[in-house]
Design a protein around this ligand. Structure first.
Ligand code: R5P
Length: 298
């Protein structure tokens, strides 16, 4: 029992100071519950409302693709530089140190491999209990607007959104662009808006030169830009810069980081582009000098 001797009598209620009810820093998230906001605030830096997510989930349909052959050796050292990690539960459980302290965005769909023509034939591939057990900050899946299994992949998403809402875990819907699907603004707008309307709290989409700002403007939740295939570093930094300046709330990049000659340097350069609006040319110079320093060390 608490000692009641010596209880301080003078109480401070500050009756004349109204309690503030602050809003939430992230687009479209104002009406979400506390747990959902708390998880979003782990993924997106509240100071900038942006994120640098490192995407390493490619193995779920591509196997050990270039740069991801040894996640333990090549990728784990990059993790402290990311704001969030997008990966599968298999890599998380086997390879990522539990003390990493980074928010996890867990890939929750799967099915067809690259050996199949049609990648849209996906199902949900993670039970919510396992996601909770692994303390994830968000759930994510591929959605195939216009694909052969469009309805199923959208239904997968709404099931994930419902189960995520039950436990306060946001869902990030990823725009899948197959061979026959174009990446123009009209398509990306359509897909992003469908995902947000059907409940996704984050949308991940590719970049397009023409009209990307209309994709971000018409989507009521934060958009993060996927990197896509490996580009020369200056081009990748330019794409990230343009996406941010045109309304993206961050990037979720994979191959342009882990297939770079200087993955650590690239992580840091992308971070500056996203959080400090560093211009592409300066970011590229930073990349070169950090890469140079790395080479001298090894
Ligand atoms: C596809 O395999 C995954 O959704 C990736 O996370 C996504 O494509 C982002 O990776 P990248 O920047 O390599 O396109």
């Amino acid at each position: 029992m608490a000692d009641i001797e010596g209880i301080k009598e003078l109480k401070q209620f500050h009756e004349n100071v109204p309690m503030e009810t602050p809003g939430f820093f992230l687009r479209g998230a104002g009406s979400l519950d506390w747990g959902m906001k708390n998880r979003l605030a782990r993924i997106f830096n509240p100071a900038t409302a942006r994120t640098v997510m490192l995407a390493i989930d490619h193995g779920y349909f591509m196997g050990p693709t270039t740069g991801l052959e040894r996640v333990d050796l090549n990728i784990v050292p990059l993790m402290p530089m990311a704001d969030a990690l997008m990966l599968t539960r298999g890599i998380l459980r086997t390879t990522v140190p539990p003390a990493i302290g980074k928010p996890i965005v867990m890939r929750c769909s799967g099915g067809p491999s690259i050996l199949k023509e049609d990648l849209s034939d996906e199902e949900l591939a993670v039970d919510i209990e396992d996601a909770i057990r692994m303390n994830v900050s968000a759930l994510t899946l591929q959605c195939f607007v216009g694909g052969r299994h469009e309805s199923r992949s959208i239904h997968n998403m709404t099931r994930l959104v419902d189960v995520g809402l039950r436990y306060g875990i946001p869902t990030m819907a990823v725009t899948a662009v197959g061979k026959e699907l174009t990446r123009d603004a009209q398509y990306l707008r359509l897909a992003a808006r469908i995902f947000a309307e059907l409940g996704a709290q984050i949308v991940k989409t590719y970049y397009c030169e023409e009209g990307f700002e209309t994709v971000t403007a018409s989507c009521p939740v934060p958009i993060v830009m996927a990197g896509g295939k490996k580009l020369p570093e200056l081009d990748a930094l330019t794409m990230a810069y343009n996406a941010i300046q045109r309304g993206a709330a961050g990037v979720d990049m994979g191959r342009n980081i882990f297939q770079s000659d200087g993955p650590r340097a690239m992580m840091q350069a992308v971070h500056k582009v996203v959080h400090n609006n560093l211009k592409p040319k300066e970011a590229y110079e930073l990349f070169l000098s950090l890469k140079d320093d790395e080479l001298k060390k090894h």
